[in-house]
Design a protein around this ligand. Structure first.
Ligand SMILES: [Zn+2]
Length: 238
């Protein structure tokens, strides 16, 4: 139901400042209902505490406003991801400090430890830098397209996060709180990775075996370490 999705998206957006992932209004959460053919997203520039059922933006799958205020300028990026990643039902964009450090350094986040391997299969990739023509014309849509290009040959459900070069992170998930959860984990792993590199600049990513073990004991058909990742028992927007 649209009402439930709106509630979830409002709550997901409000979590961002509470979790220390954003300052001011530097981030947005959206959710999609593929059955209703709508995307719900934070309105542009709106403080999180002012979000209501009336002003949260509802658009159709072409971006046409159906309800609420003007959608976030990042809507075209979200739309590209929803189009290309069919298992993605919610997207979070922030400029969280540590993940943004890696994005601005234009570096993928290597799998340096088991915390990372539990959530993200192999590295969290960094996109290529956008070309001038992509920045001039359709910048936000091109941002989405470069993310999709980065996942060519990779499963976006196995690595539900990306670092956009020069910019910051996007994460996604099966529902709003899953996507928010991935943003928190990405920020922590980015922070831990930086500290690890300071302590030992020559430290390498973990071994293949350890990487595979930690990811696949929690994900896929042979998983045996199952827990409710976001631990909230909330309704899903699927
Ligand atoms: Zn941004």
């Amino acid at each position: 139901m649209l009402k439930d999705l709106k509630k979830l998206v409002i709550e997901g957006n409000r979590e961002l400042p509470k979790l220390g992932l954003v300052k001011y209004s530097w981030g947005n959460v959206s959710g999609i209902s593929r059955s209703l053919g709508v995307i719900v997203i934070k309105p542009v520039g709106m403080p999180y505490e002012e979000l209501t059922m009336e002003n949260i933006s509802v658009v159709d799958l072409k971006g046409k406003i159906l309800e609420g205020g003007l959608p976030s300028v990042d809507l075209p990026t979200h739309m590209e991801l929803y189009r290309a990643f069919p298992e993605c039902n919610a997207i979070v964009h922030t400029h969280s400090t540590y993940a943004t450090m890696w994005a601005q350094a234009c570096m993928s986040l290597p799998c340096f430890g088991t915390t990372h391997a539990d959530y993200f299969y192999r590295d969290v990739p960094c996109t290529r830098i956008l070309r001038d023509d992509e920045i001039t014309d359709g910048y936000e849509k091109e941002t989405g397209k470069v993310i999709v290009e980065t996942f060519n040959g990779r499963n976006p459900s196995h690595t539900p996060a990306v670092l956009v070069a020069n910019h910051g992170p996007f994460t996604w998930g099966k529902d709003v709180f899953d996507a928010v959860h991935k943003s928190v984990v990405l920020e922590e792993t980015a922070k831990i990775a930086l500290g690890m590199r300071i302590i030992n600049p020559s430290a390498l990513q973990i071994g293949e075996n350890m990487m595979e073990k930690h990811y696949f004991r929690k994900h896929g058909p042979n998983a045996y370490f199952i827990n409710d990742d976001h631990g909230r028992g909330r309704v899903s927007n699927v």
